[in-house]
Design a protein around this ligand. Structure first.
Ligand SMILES: [Zn+2]
Length: 439
């Protein structure tokens, strides 16, 4: 095994750059060691493979170089290097303070609580959604090109704190089509049949791992880790729960592996998530548990994450996320009465609608995805009764109808009062208000 020494110089195979070894970052894991190196002022990471078929590694590096460029999320080879019998490559260095470990999606982060104490806090819902969306985007690019990362997990992800973009590390486990796998994956993130050794990793392993990460990040536990994990077991418990006898903790037909009563947070959280989310999880971890084709695909997860974002509002007291479709009257975390902001939605509009805050301008694209996206309303506080109203700012007439039969027509400049039972007609479109308590 070849080891590089600190300050040792190593040139790229094409002779274009020379690198100086700064330190060893990571040793032994996977198939090689990773060093921090520099070339002039630029810092890079260098991976040197321990052993292996040089031809195969070279081919792998070549594939990575080409495919890695498909998304900025993939850390991919920039230069090939050789040292003795060992081959390796130089890639972007992902480190420094503005990168956080992917684990924070699940574990939260330690923050200073004063007096030398720290507390662990969850990262905000909107940030989780943004990061998960970016992970799904990166996975989608490979998935749709029939390339499997094979070992997607929190550990291989770095989050840029500035813009919530992600970097996926260890992409040299990626394989295309029916190629021979390089790794099988990681316990908990690989599907049962792969863990049993009955099915080689393929793109469906990535859609499995992606769903595990989304579930763990948003719900706060592993989708297969329920009370079975605590029961006496004569074999390895991980093998039992994740490979030989897996049951989704919210399986609608099999309640044998429900979350432990002490996992009340997981139960309460799942309860309030919208049906399209719980359906997608059921599809993946029940219908798709042994059949990769039935798992929800990365592209669909992106849509679900986007929809969750559009559908959510935060408890004003503790910041816990809630959804418009939920029926809870009080926050499951702090108990406060829930007061979702009012939302204007279009029946069969195909888009999420708009939350009404003072000054919000509402366009036709926000309500029915109209590509012409012309202005319709502006949220205004009425000078008479200090209540929110919708000022008509477009050229369309708007017809208001109340449940009691009251009807009125509004035109440009008029302010439409907001009543929760009101129906607004704009041309062929029907608008309604949802959520909300009107103050
Ligand atoms: Zn709360």
């Amino acid at each position: 095994m070849v080891r590089l020494k600190i300050n040792q110089k190593i040139s790229s195979e094409d002779g274009a750059r020379e690198f100086t070894v700064d330190s060893l970052i990571h040793t032994g894991s996977g198939q090689g060691d990773i060093y921090k190196v520099h070339s002039g002022k630029d810092i890079y990471a260098l991976k040197l493979f321990h052993t292996g078929d040089q031809k195969r590694i070279r081919r792998q590096i070549d594939i990575l170089r080409k495919r890695g460029r498909a998304s900025a999320a993939f850390v991919h080879p920039l230069y090939v290097v050789k040292e003795g019998d060992a081959i390796g490559y130089v890639m972007e260095y992902v480190g420094g303070e503005h990168y956080a470990d992917g684990f924070i999606l699940f574990n939260g982060e330690e923050v200073d609580a004063g007096g030398g104490n720290t507390v662990r806090v969850e990262i905000p819902f909107a940030q989780k959604i943004a990061v998960l969306y970016n992970i799904a985007e990166a996975v989608k690019i490979l998935y749709e090109a029939d390339i499997a990362l094979s070992d997607l997990k929190f550990e291989n992800i770095k989050i840029n704190r500035n813009d919530f973009s992600v970097k996926i590390l260890d992409t040299d486990t990626a394989i295309g089509g029916k190629s021979k796998p390089i790794v099988s994956g990681t316990i908990g993130f690989m599907p049962p049949l792969t863990m049993r050794g009955e099915e080689a990793p393929c793109i469906y392993n990535d859609s499995y791992a992606l769903a595990v990460m989304i579930f763990m990040s948003l719900i706060g536990g592993h989708p297969l880790r329920g009370k079975r994990y605590e029961e006496p077991c004569t074999t390895n418990i991980d093998t039992y729960v994740f490979a030989t006898n897996p049951v989704y903790i919210f399986n609608r037909k099999d309640n044998s592996n429900r979350p432990l009563p002490s996992d009340v947070r997981i139960i309460e959280r799942m309860k309030k998530y919208p049906k399209y989310f719980t359906d997608a999880m059921h599809e993946t971890f029940v219908d798709g548990l042994f059949d990769g084709k039935k798992r929800v695909e990365p592209r669909a997860w992106q849509e679900i994450l986007e929809r969750l974002y559009d559908d959510h509002y935060l408890c004003m007291h503790c910041g816990e996320e809630h959804f418009f479709e939920g029926t809870a009257k009080n926050c499951n975390v702090c108990g406060a009465a829930l007061a979702p902001p009012i939302k204007l939605v279009c029946e069969k509009g195909g888009v999420a609608g708009v939350h009404l805050f003072n000054g919000t301008e509402i366009f036709s694209g926000d309500l029915w995805g109209d590509p012409n996206n012309y202005p319709l309303f502006k949220v205004t506080v009425s000078p008479y009764d200090k209540k929110y109203g919708l000022q008509c700012v477009g050229g369309q007439t708007v017809n208001l109808e109340l449940k009691n039969g009251f009807k009125k027509e509004f035109a440009r400049g008029d302010i439409i009062p907001i009543f929760m039972d009101a129906v607004l007609k704009v041309g062929k479109y029907t608008l309604k208000f949802i959520g909300g308590i009107i103050k």
